[in-house]
Design a protein around this ligand. Structure first.
Ligand code: IPE
Ligand code: IPE
Ligand code: MG
Length: 237
């Protein structure tokens, strides 16, 4: 799988509720099951040689869900951090958490701090967990930061270019995703990485997130390798 490996793979992990619903189980059971799929894709990404894996775990809009479901999702986050952080550190996985995390409750914030601190410096895979993340909010935040810098005389408005804007986003210097996977068959972006996905290849699979395995990841990568990326130009050769 060496040719044209995607450096950066992003995943919209969707379908936990439907996975549970099909089994007549409460939605939160689907969220707990989804944790196993996260382990699968981390191992799959390391095995394939992917450098950056970005997982959409909780959107700004997900705050609209019932309080008990939000609580279950925060419980999954805390359990994941507790169960996985040492192992991820051993595997060389560095975890970053991007989003409006100040909206999280204290135990979840503490879990975030611990997993980030324990895995700092890992150089095999960068794992971005997008939590309380929204693409529009991220763009507005970048605009606000650049406007403040301009007002303070630190930057000339005319000098604000794509690179400066990119640097003001939460993803900062990370290269854009090469491949975006969405599980559960939905054909929409749901406020995910609106700037960064400009030229990303999309792969939508009907598989529900708790059922997603490393083989599903490899299949998406293989399909990506058959694509021709033109970035607005013409076909090579
Ligand atoms: C994805 O599964 C998890 C989050 C969005 C937090 P859903 O909870 O959206 O599951 P469906 O889409 O209702 O099946
Ligand atoms: C997108 O899934 C957000 C995450 C996977 C975290 P949703 O289930 O929240 O998105 P919609 O509501 O179907 O667009
Ligand atoms: Mg969903």
């Amino acid at each position: 799988m060496a040719s044209h490996l995607p450096r950066h793979v992003a995943i919209i992990m969707d379908g936990n509720g439907r996975w549970a619903g099909r089994r007549d189980l409460p939605r939160c059971v689907g969220h707990w099951e989804g944790m196993n799929a996260v382990r699968e894709v981390v191992e799959g990404a390391c095995a394939a040689g992917v450098e950056i894996l970005t997982l959409y775990a909780f959107s700004t809009e997900n705050w609209r869900r019932p309080p008990e479901e939000i609580e279950a999702l925060m419980g999954v986050l805390q359990a994941f951090a507790e169960k996985e952080r040492e192992r991820l550190a051993r595997e060389g996985v560095e975890v970053r958490v991007l989003g409006e995390i100040e909206r999280l409750d204290e135990p979840s914030l503490e879990a975030v701090r611990r997993i980030v601190a324990t895995t700092r410096g890992g150089d095999r895979l960068l794992l971005n967990l997008m939590i309380s993340y929204g693409g529009r909010e991220e763009i507005v935040g970048a605009v606000r930061a650049l406007a403040a810098a301009a007002r303070a005389g630190m930057v000339e408005p005319g000098a604000i270019d794509e690179d400066a804007f990119r640097g003001a986003l939460l993803t900062g210097g990370i290269p854009d995703p090469d491949l975006l996977i969405r599980t559960s068959g939905e054909m929409r972006i749901s406020n995910f990485m609106l700037w960064q996905l400009a030229y990303t290849e999309f792969h939508v699979t009907p598989v529900l997130w708790p059922d997603f395995t490393r083989e599903d990841l490899f299949e998406a990568i293989l399909e990506y390798q058959r694509r021709e990326r033109r970035f607005g130009g013409v076909a090579a050769g």
